[in-house]
Design a protein around this ligand. Structure first.
Ligand code: OAD
Length: 233
């Protein structure tokens, strides 16, 4: 495939590389995506589960959903797509992995520098004060905050909330300075994350399906992350 060869050449020539990943890269590990066939948002409404208002209305139900997702993730393992990004990081002196995923599979694969712009499902934090901790529980909603007594919540970003400031600033900087932005397994429909594509000089997209950006990027590769990414370097 000519496009694969072109993508390989561009990545090989790039000294600074940024990568943006989405739920599609974890799909081959058995973790459901949000949109598309089998996607979580096919049967569930984000406003019922992934907003501050939903948590205020029914914290128990929101926790149950996140604990169920933690269970799925705990049973999963990183796949060839995650592992290939570890290899790419080792090849490039200027490398930044930006992920919208909260599952932690990039960490478990061995990636070092990860900007988690939508947070981390394995963090439990206070809804009022700065208290937070790592939390492996997949069965029980945590009790109230040991510091201030307020409700503890999952350490993820919900719709309507700001992205973590430091990670987001670093992501914007890395993408603006990168020779290539590799975008893998995201529908590129959720902003501000999708806005990163506008800042990039050259975008290579890897996705099973067409996205709103497919016609605007330098190279759009159709296939799964687990199959395509390991062939790119
Ligand atoms: P989506 O579910 O919106 O998109 C997943 C994308 O991955 C789709 O474009 C699929 O075609 C593609 N895909 C699926 N399997 C694939 C595979 N094996 N290889 C390559 N591509 C594959 O997930 P995101 O784009 O990550 O936010 O969604 C962005 C945000 O929306 C999430 O971070 C989450 C969600 O609501 C919050 O919760 C704030």
């Amino acid at each position: 495939m000519l496009e694969i060869a072109e993508a390989r050449a561009r990545l090989s020539a790039a000294s600074a590389v940024a990568v943006l990943t989405g739920a599609g890269i974890s799909a081959e590990s058995g973790i459901p995506t949000f949109r598309g066939p089998g996607g979580l948002w096919r049967n569930l409404r984000p406003e019922d589960l992934a907003t501050p208002e939903a948590f205020e209305r029914d914290p128990q139900m929101v926790w149950e959903w996140y604990l169920w997702r933690r269970g799925l993730i705990a049973a999963a393992t990183p796949n060839a797509g995650h592992r290939s990004l570890v290899a790419l990081e080792q090849l490039k002196s200027r490398f930044t992995l930006i992920t919208q995923n909260v599952d932690g599979l990039h960490d478990r694969a061995g990636s070092q520098k990860i900007l988690k712009i939508h947070g981390d499902i394995w963090i439990t934090r206070c809804s009022e004060c700065p208290y937070q901790r790592r939390d492996r529980s997949t069965t029980e909603a945590p009790p109230s905050c040991p510091e201030c007594g307020a409700l503890l919540r999952p350490g993820v970003v919900w719709f309507g909330e700001s992205l973590p400031r430091i990670a987001w600033d670093e992501a914007e900087r890395a993408v603006s300075q990168a020779d290539v932005l590799l975008v893998a397994g995201t529908s590129a429909t959720v902003y501000p994350a999708a806005g990163l594509l506008h800042l990039a000089r050259c975008v290579i997209e890897v996705n099973q399906e067409e996205t709103p950006f497919s016609h605007r990027v330098a190279i759009s590769l159709r296939g799964t992350c687990g199959d395509v990414l390991p062939r790119l370097w």
